[in-house]
Design a protein around this ligand. Structure first.
Ligand code: AHG
Ligand code: MN
Ligand code: MN
Length: 343
């Protein structure tokens, strides 16, 4: 039997796996030349709301058993569907912190003006992504984008603050409520992933500096809609099949994106007859994931141009989305372009 003396690892512990999210955010704050700590606080607010939604998610099955908990929960709130609950949780967290002036949420028809003109940031959020998977215990998520307002602090918010292209995001991320709960985010200096340790109530750095494989063998698309695709999409998927790629489609964008980000792959949600503009929303789904993809060395396009370059024209605007490993996205564009009927 070999016995070794313990040698403490003194090398750059600050960034090693196991660092808490709080500590990591603090350490990274110095990367923003003019940061006064508000973005850091905003990220902490989001993490707190994510913990609460995680808790709700974990008991979703129980809470739904024949209304066993009646119409109200322990806080005396109406028993609501998880996407509505998640919206309330994130709205509360974002409004209380004081850093945010306006919120765009999938669950709200209009921009929510927090009446906090001193807030520096605008947040776009899909509080609960993959809601069709809630009741069947399959991974779901939250997606968020953070923008710095364009108008000066202290003035009322305007459309200009809200309708910013993805390229202008200062931070973006997602939470994946899966076999473990993860928070993955970027502030434009790489992508880092944190895994939630339930017993400690903390997110710990588990996936530092995520880099997407530049190629992969997974394609993710709702193939049931094949008859609604144009020829370009069909050709590309046929090619994936010829190459014996694996088809993987969860139906929760966050989960499908996360898997492909780590393993290599492409996610496609094209225009269909039912959704001629595509199904996914630019402001609070596509943009955040496109920013993360970009920071991880992957690509995101609507088939014609980079998602990050699209100028939003409507709050709940939809877009076709093709996102994933750079070689796959480029190849997809090439095959689809030859048909000249891409989107
Ligand atoms: P949401 O639950 O926020 O409305 O988003 C659902 C989205 C996305 O998560 C998923 O990738 C896609 O809808 C699945 O759509 P199909 O069921 O049409 O495949
Ligand atoms: Mn969604
Ligand atoms: Mn949603």
């Amino acid at each position: 039997m070999k016995i070794l003396p313990y040698e403490p690892d003194n090398t750059s512990l600050a960034y090693s796996v196991g660092t808490t999210l709080d500590r990591f955010i603090k350490l990274k704050q110095s990367e923003f030349p003019f940061a006064s700590g508000e973005l850091s606080q905003l990220l902490r607010d989001i993490a707190l709301a994510a913990k609460i939604v995680n808790r709700e998610t974990n008991r979703a099955g129980l809470a739904n058993i024949g209304g066993a908990f009646g119409q109200t929960n322990v806080q005396g709130e109406e028993q609501q569907k998880l996407d509505v609950i998640a919206n309330i949780r994130f709205m509360r967290a974002l409004s209380k912190g004081g850093e945010v002036c306006a919120i765009v949420s999938e669950e709200e028809d209009s921009v929510i003006d927090l009446q906090n003109n001193s807030g520096k940031y605008v947040v776009a959020i899909d509080p609960l992504d993959g809601s069709s998977n809630i009741d069947v215990n399959i991974s779901i998520g939250t997606i968020f984008s953070i923008y710095r307002r364009k108008t000066p602090q202290g003035s009322p918010i305007t459309e200009e603050d809200v309708m910013q292209p993805g390229r202008d995001q200062v931070a973006a991320g997602y939470v994946l409520y899966g076999s473990s709960t993860m928070l993955v985010y970027t502030t434009g200096h790489g992508v880092n992933g944190f895994t939630y340790e339930t017993s400690l109530g903390e997110f710990f750095l588990s996936h530092p500096s995520i880099k997407a494989p530049d190629n992969g063998k997974i394609y993710s698309i709702n193939e049931g809609l094949q008859n609604q695709w144009n020829e370009g999409i069909k050709d590309y998927i046929d090619e994936c099949k010829r190459r014996d790629y694996a088809a993987r489609y969860i139906g929760s964008l966050v989960a499908d994106f996360h898997r492909n980000l780590l393993k290599g792959g492409i996610y496609l949600y094209p225009a269909t007859h039912k959704n001629p503009e595509g199904k996914l929303r630019l402001l609070y789904e596509a943009n955040a994931l496109a920013f993360i993809a970009d920071q991880a060395g992957a690509l995101a396009t609507n088939g014609k141009e980079s998602i990050l370059d699209l100028q939003p024209t409507a709050l709940h605007q939809r877009t076709p989305l093709f996102i994933g490993s750079s070689k796959m996205v480029r190849e997809f564009e090439q095959i689809a372009k030859d048909k000249k009927v891409l989107v």
